[in-house]
Structures are given as C-alpha cells and as structure tokens.
Write a protein that binds this ligand. Structure first.
Ligand code: UDP
Length: 267
C-alpha cells in the first residue's frame, strides 16, 4: 500500500497551488492508509474556480495549501498541469467520493454526511446503503444551520466517531467548515464534495459522459445553471489567462497570492 509521502512525490503546482497527480485507485490507497494509521485526512477537490477564489481569499488559500491530498477535480487544473509537460488525468471529486463510500461499505467504516437540503439528505440516507451495499451512515445533518447551531451539530456527529465525513456546503463554505471542525474528527477522512449530494439524490444531473470525456463538464453546468455565469464567466478566463502568462514567462508554479508555503508534506 502506498503512503501519503509517496503521494506527495507526484505533486505538481498550478499557479502556485499544489495538485497531487493521483488516479482513483491511488487516492483510495491514501484513504485506506489514513484509516489503517488512524490519521485524519483532508481531501480538497481542486478546480480553476477554486484557485481563483483562493487567490482573493487568504483563508481559503491557507486551507488548500494545508490539505493532505489535493485532487485534480477540474478540467482547467488538468489543462494547466499538462501545459507544463506533466501527465495528469482528471479525478472528479464526485467520483472519488462515491468510490470512498464503496470502500467505507466494504471495510465497515462509519460514514457521516453534512450539507445539502434536508429532503436530499433524507433520500440519501435511504438510497446510499442500497447503492453501496452495507454502508453504515452513522450521522447526518443538512447544510442549513446558523453559526450558533454549528457547534452542537458537529459535536453530536463527532460523538458517532465517523471514519468518513462528506461535507457538501459548496466552496468555500465547506473548506471553512472542515478547517474549523477537523480537530473533532482526528481519525476521519474529510472531503468537501460541493453539489455531489444533489447529483446522488437525482436533483441535479451530471453532464453526459461524452461531455465529461471532452472535459466540458464545466460548460454543461453553465448551461443548466446559468446563474453560475457571474462567477465562472470571470474566474475561468482569469485562470486561463494567468496560466498562459505563466507559461510564456516560464514562471509556472509561482503563487500569485502572498507566497506563503504552508503545505503539508513529508507525511
Ligand atoms: N449548501 C448547503 N448549505 C449552504 C449552502 C449550500 O448545504 O448554506 C449546499 C447546497 O444545498 C448544495 C451544495 O451546498 O447541495 C453546493 O453545491 P454547488 O454545486 O453549488 O457547490 P460548488 O459549485 O461550490 O462545488
């Protein structure tokens, strides 16, 4: 079984942000390793929008850099790494999260779900143990609670001692949440999964496979959720422009933000 430090050997940078060159099998090995060694593992699913958001948000910047495993969720991130001559394949967060649920079911691990609408969660609590046979969902809570309510909600979930916690609050809320509460889950794998619960519950459809294969999932999301144009319409061209600028200047990998380098490595 590979170790976390082995994973770090294949770490690339995109506009200064770390990205681990891992496929699903490798990422699952890292998850298994965390479970075996009773260690916490924070997984970030990096995409272009998140990189641009982090450049303008020092909290998000710090949280991404401190994550243990940063997977290439977005087509933009994959494109940027490939442009620097390295080989990398996309690993969508939603697919890794589903595979992690399979693993949790297989290895009798305890799962908690946080985020999404109440009705979505109720559906998942019924459906997921059927889809991932034997899955043990020990705790769940929807994602609509106040800052004052958060502590007692998280305390209650932590008391159930989950091994895998999926947090679907959207970026950057889910990253702030993980940063704030990870200390209560010292032996759990924590993954921010964005809109995955909505997809699993059938509320939202993923792009057809052909679009996913062509790395056009972002375009599909834009088409079905046009309100995203405000955010994506600025951040995606901004990201592309910066990556090209970096390539032309030969400065790929240098951070635009403060230049802090607080990445966790050597684990
Ligand atoms: N959400 C939530 N609480 C909030 C805001 C959002 O639980 O206060 C959930 C929302 O129901 C949805 C997910 O977070 O399921 C956000 O999905 P989205 O696809 O917008 O995430 P992103 O694009 O940031 O990955």
């Amino acid at each position: 079984m590979s170790t976390l430090s082995a994973t770090n050997r294949s770490r690339q940078k995109v506009l200064g942000y770390p990205v681990d060159v891992v496929d699903e099998a490798r990422a699952l090995e890292v998850i298994e390793s965390a479970w075996e060694n009773h260690r916490s593992l924070h997984i970030v699913t990096l995409n272009a929008e998140m990189v641009v958001a982090a450049q303008q948000d020092s909290e998000l910047d710090r949280i991404i850099r401190h994550a243990h495993l940063i997977i290439p969720d977005g087509a933009g991130v994959v494109w940027a790494v490939r442009l620097s001559g390295e080989h990398i394949e996309r690993l969508p967060g939603i697919e890794l999260a589903a595979a992690a649920l399979d693993h949790a079911a297989r290895y009798d691990k305890r799962v908690a779900l946080i985020g999404g609408k109440n009705a979505v969660l109720r559906k998942l609590v019924d459906d997921l143990p059927v889809r991932h046979k034997g899955l043990d969902i020990v705790a769940w809570h929807d994602g609509y609670f106040t800052a004052d309510e958060a502590e007692s909600i998280v305390d209650e979930i932590a008391q159930q001692d989950p091994d895998l916690v999926l947090i679907a609050l959207g970026v950057p809320k889910q990253e702030y949440f993980i940063d704030r509460w990870a200390h209560l889950f010292p032996r759990a794998v924590l993954i921010g999964v964005g809109g995955s619960f909505d997809v699993w519950a059938g509320e939202i459809k993923r792009a057809p496979k052909i679009m996913r294969d062509l790395h056009l999932e972002w375009l599909y999301r834009l088409a079905v959720e046009p309100w995203r144009i405000k955010r994506m319409g600025v951040s995606l061209p901004n990201f592309g422009f910066q990556v090209l600028q970096d390539r032309l200047r030969g400065t790929s990998g240098k951070p635009k933000n403060s230049g802090r380098d607080g990445e966790k490595n050597g684990r």
